[in-house]
Design a protein around this ligand. Structure first.
Ligand code: FAD
Ligand code: UDP
Length: 421
């Protein structure tokens, strides 16, 4: 909307101010559902590179998705949805995000509470020596693992991965209990990819990740998201489920980053997601634990405790920690990687691919156990595909093509979204 300059004069001779109506094509080119990494990267790219008009709709009261951070009542920077540590081997992803934040180098370390001691995770030389009261050298460690390991013809499950590498005893001490708590399933019921996230080390390296780039956004994730979404072509609508506005606001192409089964009204059945309950506690002491995260594989109902000051480097007289209690019900946080879920997801994926004017991106929308950097990479790739389509067909035609063949599930619930002319 803009005020006209050459305003006509009224009967009394006073200049009348006329408010122009939005022009016929003032709708949005893209409706983006979700303001997490997937939605925010795409909003930023589409607005800044294609000059597209973008509406981001987010049902929560904040941007950032599960990576959202905020200062708690004591002024400590915390991650309300659990600890988020940034790490990547992708120079492209790191450089892309570096446009929106400076970084604080941070290498995450994790200890596990086992048999009354705190030992490094991933398993390394010190883990073995401490748990077994040995003084093996790095050269001897490989032989030790070979003696302990169980032969496996095929590595299919999360149990196979660990027992084939380090044997059943270390598996029982560090993986079995944690995994059963975290997933509500035995490791033998989960894809190998789950426990394969945690490697085994033959040296004394006690870092949780060994990626080339390991750093935290200097002023937090939320600040980084604010800067990504600050483009004048981007409007953000919080506290709104996209279903409330998809019929009311004109748009041409949708990017959906919520759970894929929910988009299709769970027509093939609910996809399982694992949830967590977070218990945040602020303590009147400067330090609570020696490293960022301590895992509790065999004791307590929670899996791990994280102390945020290790991650953020914040100086403060108090400290804030979070306990993670796994849950079957609640907000969907983790896809559950196992064969029957992949089979069910494939049905939704086929439906999703048949929709011309909706693109599915992100951890829940593609049912992949992705880290933040993988979601950023996936969103950057999705952007390239959208840009090619935009350029190949000519901007208007590319976007209009979608509207006619509006997504079936939206069709069945509601009339097609308003056309822009
Ligand atoms: P999300 O962040 O889930 O964003 C999707 C958004 O869509 C949400 O904000 C949601 O509210 C919104 N939405 C859904 N449905 C609707 C709807 N109908 N209408 C409007 N809005 C909707 N990754 C790492 O790299 N390092 C870590 O240390 C790390 N730790 C993690 C710890 C935990 C406990 C969890 C759960 C995840 C962790 N991750 C970590 C993974 C990381 O959170 C994800 O990779 C990333 O945040 C996924 O981004 P996304 O945009 O795909 O999804
Ligand atoms: N895991 C385990 N013991 C540990 C750490 C991890 O059994 O001490 C297993 C568990 O199944 C977990 C998976 O490895 O869910 C992946 O661990 P990661 O730390 O990557 O989980 P996330 O940070 O994604 O929750």
């Amino acid at each position: 909307m803009s005020l006209t300059h050459a305003a006509p004069r009224g009967a009394n001779g006073h200049a009348r101010v006329r408010i122009e109506r939005g022009s016929a094509d003032a709708g949005f080119d893209y409706l983006i559902v979700g303001a997490g990494f997937a939605g925010s990267v795409l909003a930023e790219r589409l607005a800044s590179q294609l000059d597209a008009r973008v509406l981001v709709v987010e049902k929560r009261p904040h941007i950032g998705g599960n990576a959202y951070d905020r200062h708690d009542d004591a002024g400590l920077l915390v991650h309300p949805y659990g600890p988020h540590i940034f790490h990547t081997n992708s120079a492209d992803v790191f450089e892309y995000l570096s446009q929106f934040t400076e970084w604080r180098p941070y290498q995450h370390r994790v200890l596990a509470s086992v048999d009354g001691q705190l030992v490094p995770v991933p398993i390394n030389l010190d883990t073995v020596n401490r748990l077994y009261g040995l003084s093996l050298t790095a050269l001897e460690l490989e032989g030790f693992f070979e003696k302990m390991a169980e032969k496996r013809e095929r590595i299919a499950t999360s149990e196979d991965v660990v027992v084939a590498k380090v044997g059943r005893d270390l598996y029982n001490k560090l993986f079995r209990g944690y995994t059963r708590k975290q997933w509500g399933l035995d490791p033998s019921e989960l894809d190998a990819s789950v426990t394969a996230r945690v490697p085994t080390r033959l040296n004394r390296d006690d870092r949780y990740f060994t990626d080339t780039y390991q750093a935290m956004p200097l002023h937090g994730y939320t600040r980084m998201f604010e800067r990504m979404l600050a483009h004048p072509n981007i409007k953000v609508m919080l506290n709104t489920d996209y279903r409330e506005i998809a019929r009311l606001v004109p748009w041409k192409h949708m990017v959906y980053t919520g759970p894929v089964d929910a988009f299709f009204d769970c027509k093939y059945g609910k996809l399982p997601y694992r949830s967590l309950q977070f218990q945040h506690v602020t303590l009147a002491q400067e330090r609570f634990q020696p490293v960022g995260t301590v895992n509790y594989p065999n004791d307590y109902a929670y899996t791990r405790i994280t102390e945020f000051k290790h991650l953020t480097g914040q100086q403060h007289q108090l400290t804030s920690i979070v306990y993670e209690y796994p849950r079957a019900e609640g907000d969907p946080y983790y896809p559950v990687p196992r064969p029957e879920n992949t089979t069910l997801y494939k049905k939704y994926e086929a439906e999703a691919e048949s929709l011309d004017n909706v693109t599915f991106v992100g951890r829940l929308a593609t049912y992949k156990y992705y880290n933040m950097d993988q979601v950023v990479a996936q969103a950057l790739t999705a952007f390239k595909r959208l840009r090619e389509r935009y350029q190949a067909m000519g901007a208007e035609a590319a976007l209009e093509a979608g509207s006619a063949a509006l997504a079936a599930p939206l069709h069945s619930r509601a009339p097609a979204p308003m056309r822009t002319q």
